[in-house]
Each structure stands twice: as structure tokens, then as C-alpha cells.
Write a protein that binds this ligand. Structure first.
Ligand code: NAP
Ligand code: HSE
Length: 444
């Protein structure tokens, strides 16, 4: 008689956009995965907040609960997918499941950024495992690329678009001249945005993802307060017109840079003018792009859908396959490989570079009174801080009597630019807070 296949029991905490995607695709491809993996996969239980809500997937009522912690601690469940979001219930569920020695699969970059050290330590202490491919760049397997494919490398520069919602908004604003608020509503309807969309548009979600990548690449936890974090909420359709006139597109980028000579790391998130010929400038809609410069492999670039139900479910299911490998046989070999690329106890975290030392070129847009001498006042304020002007565009602006002034600078540093902004804000002729964007000069 044939031995029955081992059964892997899966609990899904959270059946929203991502959870329903996992349920839907796993139900569809289960027979194929089972025959490839040599196990039975059972969607055993799922938790939600509201049992009466109608959903896009059919889940038997007896499998549904509102008690996520009961799933995390259920001895019959092997793998817990935490797809709730946030950092309270999600943290409890994650820690409880890891403490019970389970495999936890997470798409929750906010949680990893806030509590990653505690989560990895709990997994290490109790023999649990924490997999998080879906937490960064949606359907792009960037975590695997850094941990496995590029394990021979050190990473002087990683940069890219990590937020699908913002890239969707920026693309629509540029291509359709659409107002910011209307496009944000569309991104929410499409299931791209976070439950609290300010995390997307103010840059925090990108910062959370940058923290995850920085940890993988440099074994150092960088908190958002240690980064420059600026969002897209002050960009207007006019900025796209100015950027195009200057030969640029605008993207919200994360930039993770390590200088191996000084051994300093910096992480920043901000809207960036990229030359329009740059491949990342052409990445539009919900798509993400991550450029990884490795000292051995050179630069590799990853492009794909960065948010949404299907892309994210694809990443969660890839972790599920790793979870099966972990649970089934090859346990020791897998753990050894994981520890080598993402140690639970990093031997040495690197130093963080003072943010005010970051250097680049800048774009400055301001509304000024349209009267004689204004340009001279602005130029004097900038010269006082040693900021050198590279180009000037002046155009009419509503209301009458005001003008829009767009300047680009030669290379300067954050300290000088911040001092310049403060000086400009004190000029009577500057009518509202100037908008500062960085210009990205990435060689590849
Ligand atoms: P979502 O649509 O808001 O779904 C959240 C789910 O969690 C809902 O089913 C909700 O129940 C449930 N839930 C909330 N609080 C709960 C509680 N206390 N107990 C039990 N269930 C609870 O969120 P999502 O977009 O799927 O995102 C889930 C996670 O994936 C987040 O960490 C997010 O950052 C991450 N992520 C999302 C995407 C994306 O494209 N959406 C991509 C990558 C990563 P009800 O349905 O009953 O309200
Ligand atoms: N809100 C996130 C985004 C979801 O738009 O990128 C994917 O992490």
C-alpha cells in the first residue's frame, strides 16, 4: 500500500485583498503544487474581522474565525500566513506562531520594519521560520534575489520604485494630467493602497520596504526616523511639465547606498527626477523596479507588478513552497543557507552616514511675487549657502501678480539645501513653502 502524503496545514490570517488572492490561486494550483512537492496542502482555517462581509472567494463558514491568535497557536496548523497588516494584532499573531515553532509567511513590511529584530530572534529561539517575499516589490522575487541569487555580492547601491500606489498615481498625473486626489481613489479601488493610504503617499511604505532591503543587504536595521522620508503629496501636474521641459520624469525612489571605504550606510526615500531615458523612469503604473548594484555581479534590474492581489499572492505562494521544503525534509540545509544571507544575529551592523552629508543635484519649485528684483533675491539667498544655480524656468502663475519659479542646482548637500529652504521661506517675495525634489544621477 502507498504511504499517504504528508499534509501541510495552512492558516490564513486576514482575507482581504492579499488573503483572498492567496486563497483563490492556491485553490486553483493546489493539485499541481501537491504533485510537484509530494505533500497535501490543506487550507485549514482563515481569520477575518467581520464574518458577515461578502468576499470574492468561497470559504466554508466552519473554517472562518475572528480569532487570529487561535490560528497562530493551533497545534494542527503548520504554516501561518499573516495578511492582516498593521503592527498590533499582526505582531501578536506572528510572535505566537513563531514561538510555537511554525513557519510564518508575511507580506507586512510595516511590521518587519518596526519589529524585525524581535521577530527574527523569536524565530531563532523557538525553531520557527519567518518568510517575507511578499513584503517588498509585490510579485518581484527581490528577497530571493538578494538572499540567494546575489549572495556572493556586497551592495554599494540599491535603488528603485518600491510603492505601486505612488507609481500608479505619478503615472496617471503625468499621462492624464489627473489631479492627485482622484487618482489616489482609483489606486484604493484597485487594491493597491494600504488600509491607511498616508503610508503610501507620504513615503512611509517605501521606507518600510527600504528597511527590509537594507537589512537583507547590510544586516543593519534602519528606522524610518534615521532616513530622509518624503512623499508625493506635494507634487502637482505642473511639476511633471517642468520636469519634462528639463528632460526628466518623476519617480518616488528608495535609495540604499553604502560607502565601503567609510563603511557608512544611508537610506532615503523621496520623489526623484530621473533622466527620461533612464529605464526606471519608463516604469509606469503599478509596476515597481529595483536596481541592485553588486560588487561581483554588477548591476541587475528587476521590474514587475509591485502591488495588487495577484502579484502579491504569487509572492506569498512562493514562500509557501519554501515552507513546505522546510517542513518536509531538507530542513537543515535550508536553514543554513538562510542564516548565511540574513543572520538573526548580525556580526556587525554598519554605521549610518549623517543624512546632511548626502550630496546630489536639486530641483526647487516656488511661487514668488512677479516683480522686479525677485530673481536676484532668490539667487542671493542661495549663494549665501553656497548653492549654485544650474538652470531657471519662470512662468506665469495664478493668481495674477505671482510667478512660478523652477530652479535646478549643481551638486550640493542636504545641509546647504535645508539652510537655503529656511532662508527662502523668510523672503517676503516667496509666497508659499518651496517644493524641493532631488535629481537622480545613477550611472546604471
Ligand atoms: P486588507 O484588504 O485591508 O485586508 C486585511 C484583512 O485582515 C481583512 O480580511 C480584515 O478582515 C482582516 N483583519 C483586520 N483586522 C483583523 C483582526 N483584528 N482579526 C482578524 N482579521 C483581521 O489588506 P491587504 O491589502 O490584503 O494587505 C494585507 C497585508 O499585505 C498588509 O500588511 C499589506 O501591507 C500587505 N501587502 C498588501 C499588498 C496589496 O497590494 N494590497 C501588497 C503587498 C503587501 P475583514 O475583511 O473582515 O475586514
Ligand atoms: N500599498 C503597497 C503599494 C502595497 O502600493 O506598493 C504593496 O506593498
Amino acid at each position: 500500500m502507498m504511504k499517504p502524503l504528508p499534509v501541510i496545514r495552512i492558516g490564513i490570517c486576514g482575507l482581504g485583498t492579499v488573503g483572498q488572492g492567496v486563497w483563490k490561486h492556491l485553490s486553483r494550483i493546489r493539485p499541481d503544487l501537491e504533485s510537484r512537492l509530494g505533500v497535501k496542502l490543506e487550507l485549514t482555517r482563515a481569520s477575518v474581522r467581520d464574518l458577515r462581509k461578502s468576499r470574492g472567494v468561497k470559504v466554508p463558514a466552519k473554517k472562518l474565525t475572528t480569532d487570529s491568535l487561535a490560528i497562530a497557536t493551533d497545534p494542527n496548523i503548520d504554516v501561518v500566513c499573516e495578511l492582516i497588516g498593521g503592527t498590533t494584532v499582526a505582531r501578536q499573531v506572528t510572535l505566537a506562531a513563531l514561538a510555537a515553532g511554525k513557519v510564518v509567511i508575511s507580506a507586512n513590511k510595516a511590521l518587519i520594519c518596526a519589529h524585525g529584530a524581535e521577530i527574527f530572534e523569536t524565530a531563532r529561539r523557538h525553531g520557527g521560520h519567518f518568510l517575507f517575499e511578499a513584503s517588498v516589490a509585490g510579485g518581484i522575487p527581490i528577497i530571493k534575489a538578494l538572499r540567494e541569487g546575489l549572495v556572493a555580492n556586497r551592495f554599494p547601491l540599491i535603488y528603485g520604485i518600491l510603492n505601486g500606489t505612488c507609481n500608479y498615481i505619478l503615472t496617471q498625473m503625468e499621462e492624464q494630467d489627473a489631479p492627485y486626489t482622484a487618482v489616489l481613489g482609483e489606486a484604493k479601488e484597485l487594491g493597491y493602497a494600504e488600509a491607511d493610504e498616508s503610508l503610501d503617499v507620504q513615503g512611509w511604505d517605501t521606507a518600510h520596504k527600504a528597511a527590509v532591503l537594507a537589512y537583507l543587504a547590510h544586516h543593519t536595521w534602519v528606522k524610518p526616523k534615521q532616513m530622509i522620508v518624503e512623499g508625493i503629496d506635494r507634487i502637482t501636474p505642473a511639476d511633471f511639465k517642468h520636469a519634462v521641459a528639463l528632460g526628466y520624469g518623476i519617480k518616488l525612489l528608495a535609495v540604499i547606498a553604502r560607502d565601503f571605504e567609510t563603511d557608512e550606510l544611508s537610506v532615503r526615500v523621496h520623489p526623484t527626477l530621473l533622466p527620461e531615458s533612464h529605464v526606471v523612469a519608463k516604469v509606469s503604473g503599478v509596476f515597481n523596479a529595483v536596481s541592485v548594484r553588486g560588487d561581483v555581479a554588477g548591476t541587475t534590474l528587476y521590474i514587475g507588478r509591485g502591488a495588487g492581489q495577484d502579484a502579491t499572492a504569487s509572492a506569498v505562494i512562493s514562500d509557501l513552497v519554501d515552507a513546505v521544503a522546510l517542513l518536509k525534509n531538507d530542513r537543515r540545509a535550508f536553514i543554513t543557507a538562510r542564516k548565511a544571507s540574513a543572520p538573526a544575529r548580525p556580526a556587525r551592523a554598519c554605521r549610518l552616514a549623517p543624512l546632511e552629508h548626502i550630496r546630489c543635484r536639486y530641483y526647487l519649485r516656488m511661487t514668488v511675487s512677479d516683480e522686479p528684483g525677485v530673481l536676484a533675491q532668490v539667487a542671493t539667498a542661495m549663494a549665501a549657502k553656497q548653492v549654485s544655480i544650474a538652470s531657471v524656468i519662470q512662468s506665469a502663475h495664478e493668481p495674477a501678480g505671482a510667478a512660478s519659479l523652477v530652479l535646478t542646482t549643481h551638486r550640493s548637500d542636504e545641509q546647504a539645501m535645508r539652510a537655503t529652504l529656511a532662508k527662502l521661506a523668510r523672503l517676503r517675495c516667496v509666497l508659499e513653502q518651496p517644493l524641493l525634489l532631488r535629481i537622480g544621477d545613477f550611472a546604471d
